[in-house]
Design a protein around this ligand. Sequence first.
Ligand code: NAP
Length: 311
Amino acid sequence: MESTKIHKVIIIGGGPAGLTAAIYAGRAEMQPLVIEGFEPGGQLMITTKIENFPGFAEPVDARELMGNMRKQAESYGTSFISENATELDLSKQPYVVKVGEKEFQTKTIIIATGAKARWMGLESEQKMIGRGVSACATCDGPFFKDKEVIVVGGGDSAMEEANFLSKFASKVTVIHRREEFRASKVMVERTRENPKVEFLFNSVVEEVLGESEGKVTGVKLKDTKTSEITEFKCDGMFLAIGRIPNIELVKDKLKTDENNYIVTETDSSKTSVEGVFAAGDVQDYTFRQAITSAGSGCMAAIEVERFLNER
Ligand code: NAP
């Protein structure tokens, strides 16, 4: 089913980047179409309160914030499709965005598909997801009241998750494969000061235990220096080992970097294909904040407008 309409801009992704792009594109009378996916709102939907989004003196509920962004976009003429984009044809203008059987033609595209959690890839880890293994402390932390949990990772996310989990758990142990943290000093210090958080260095999880019990009972750890294997008792394991950008749609179509993030030009959201722009976490390894995503969504919409005006 192909529509004959040629859109000015189609935005793929309904997180802060996609919705901010839609607000700007809508106000510029581009009637944007947002393919927001089956789970709109982006990664923020799995968090609770947001304390660092400017303009909110009190913490704002993540769902409320995203709901308001969506309403704001809608009020400026954005339309939404709550399904996943399945294929792109960037071989000629107008570009084609497929959503299942439906096809949409467009002069420009903003890719704002975000990122998802990275897993270690252990068989036991995958089997125990939802039975004590999680990659989202904010979603699953409350289930671990007065329990002992581990957090795997040594970056800012690991520190943030450890502190968050300490609100519920009786003890949180951060398990890191090295001695030096990747996390910022301030985050490490804050975590060190938390009496409920302990650290275990030079250790990697080899296996998650508890399959026969149907819930995590501990992990097998390997010392990265001595290769010694030990068992560590815990009720839950939270992964905080980085994220994977959602590039399935644009794989082999847009230039990506060594970490699979979409490459954009310096100080721009332009990708390697003319008329295709990228915003938010799918092109941002470093900051990954709602506000930086929103900022890059704004940039992308402005660049779309300039691109269309130049033609
Ligand atoms: P990250 O900085 O890439 O850190 C990932 C951590 O996981 C590293 O310590 C890494 O170890 C470890 N790791 C990776 N793969 C592993 C594996 N297979 N097994 C065991 N450990 C593994 O990711 P992030 O912490 O998600 O942070 C990403 C970006 O978001 C950063 O720029 C960060 O500053 C930012 N962020 C900011 C905040 C904040 O400011 N509030 C909060 C969260 C994130 P190695 O160190 O050995 O590589």
